[in-house]
Every structure is written in C-alpha cells, then in structure tokens.
Design a binder for this molecule. Structure first.
Ligand SMILES: [Zn+2]
Length: 295
C-alpha cells in the first residue's frame, strides 16, 4: 500500500520561516517559473465551477452546453458563432474581474528578473491585466480569439463580429492564414493549442525552481508540468566514508507549493514544501523578503 505523507519541513517550520526560505530559494534560482490555477483568482471574486456557488452548480444547462461546445463548433462553426453572439456567456462576467495582490506579486518577481515565465490554467486574463510579460495561457484567455489553424491570437475588437453576423459572414477567418477563428478559451475535448502545448513542458524542463500557486494540478495535460520538473535530476559528487567519490542523482528543481489546502502534489512529495495559505497573502510577503535578501 502506498502511504503518502506531507514533507516534514512543511510542519517543522512556521509560515514565516517558509516565506523566508521561499525568498532565499527564489533569489538563488537561475530560472524560476510559476504555475497558477483557480486558487489565485478566487481572491478576485471569480467563483469556481463546481463549488456550492459555482458557475455550473447554479446553471447546469450552461455546463451541458459547455460540454457540447467544441463538438458543435467543429460541426458548424457558423451556427456556433451565431449562438455565441446571441446568448449569454457560459462563463458569466469573467471579463470584468480585476487582478489581486497575488497576481501583482508575480509581476514584481518578473520585474526583479527572478521569475522567467508564468503558465496559467486560468482563462480570466488576470495575469495579463496585472502586467505579466512572459505568460503562457494554457487554456486560453477570455479576452482573445484564436485561429484554429496557425494559433495566432487576436483581441476580440479586431473583428466586428456583430457586423459579420449581419452580413452572413460568420465564422471569422484568420487574416494571416485564412483558418477558422474561435474563441481562445480551450473547450472540453479541444486539444491544447500547439504553441502552449510545446512551450509549457519546455519551460518545466528548463526551470530550476517552480512556484505552484493555487492549483492542485490534477487536470491533465497541465498536471504533467510539475511532474516533469520533479523528474529532472542533476549529478552530485560526494566523498563517501571509504574515501571514494560517489555520484548521486539528486532532484534538480525546487518545487514550492502555495495552496490553501494540501493537494496530491503535497502528498506525492512532488512539492518540496507547502505554504498553506492564500496566494494573495503569501506572494506579496515573499516579494518583500526577496527584496530584503537581494539587498
Ligand atoms: Zn491563422
């Protein structure tokens, strides 16, 4: 039987100690990246999907439509676009949400030259609104449209969708390759766009520190990213008791988890330690510490 335990360090140190440790680890890293999920957006008032007041708990019909959406798009892109422009959004008012201190703290880490990339599962565009530069939106963004052939992204207002509908010209077509345009958000059953599907594992492979913020990373293929980082090993030579040198393969990536509750990443020891708190509380404190350590 497998027995999962939470890393001892998580219990042995106080939250303040762990914040200081995370700050030191970040300053000592040479290529830090962050993975983010729904947990970083809840403090911006974005409801989850299946919780008690979740978007789909309150509107099961929206969930049924969301499940069918990609199939419907593939069958009839014109009809899909007409439906979309004439019925309320499946995701509610995501476009109006504003970033919170967690998003801004990650932008500060990027400006300090420590954080090299953010890979988010969120479609709410809050990292972009906060000013993130090197951002991979794994499941797309509510603010964008995407060409299904060449993956070019466009702002919604680059297309006069209402006019295209009036003139019976839907679906919109890509000005670069002529491909059919869809919303950027990745629907159920839709493959992850090829650019982010390639760049994200490359970033996970390249990093030496991974900050996991507000995600339990259980949805594949996103969930493979921390596991790729955990697999990465470097060789370390140590002198054994006999005087001979031994080459050990040790984990090459420090994985720090900030989540309100322990997750499979904690129990499976994929993360080195868990700071169990809200990301909006902890990330700004880590940035403060980073600035002290760097001084
Ligand atoms: Zn295109």
């Amino acid at each position: 039987m497998l027995c999962y335990t939470i890393p001892d360090i998580t219990w042995a140190l106080t939250v303040i100690d762990l914040i200081q440790r995370a700050a030191k680890d970040l300053v000592n890293s040479s290529y830090a990246i962050a993975l983010t999920g729904a947990g970083i957006s809840t403090e911006s008032g974005i409801p989850d999907f299946r919780g008690p007041s979740g978007i789909w708990t309150k509107n099961p019909e929206a969930e049924r439509r969301a499940y069918r959406s990609y199939e419907r798009f593939m069958e009839d892109p014109k009809g899909w676009w007409e439906e979309r422009l004439t019925s309320p959004s499946l995701l509610g008012d995501l476009e109006k949400a504003e970033p919170n201190p967690g998003h801004y703290a990650l932008v500060e880490l990027e400006k300090l030259g420590i954080l090299k990339c953010v890979i988010t599962q969120n479609v709410d565009a809050l990292h972009e609104k906060a000013g993130a530069r090197n951002l991979l939106e794994y499941h797309g963004s509510v603010l964008k449209l995407r060409c299904t052939s060449c993956t070019s992204r466009f702002r919604q207002d680059e297309f006069d969708l209402e006019n295209l509908m009036r003139e019976n010209q839907l679906p919109p077509h890509c000005p670069r390759c002529g491909g059919v345009i869809k919303t950027d958000g990745v629907a159920f059953g839709e493959p992850i766009p090829s650019d982010v599907a390639h760049q994200s594992p490359e970033e996970a492979w390249k990093c030496d520190l991974m900050l996991i913020c507000g995600t339990s990373a259980v949805v594949y293929p996103f969930a493979q990213l921390p596991r790729i980082a955990r697999e990465k090993r470097i060789e370390k030579e140590t002198k054994g008791e006999s005087g001979l040198y031994i080459v050990e393969k040790i984990p090459a990536v420090t994985i720090i988890e900030i989540n309100a509750e322990p997750t499979p990443l904690t129990y499976e020891r994929i993360s080195d330690y868990l700071i169990q708190e809200k990301t909006g509380e902890i990330l700004p404190k880590i940035v403060e510490e980073v600035k002290k350590v760097k001084r």
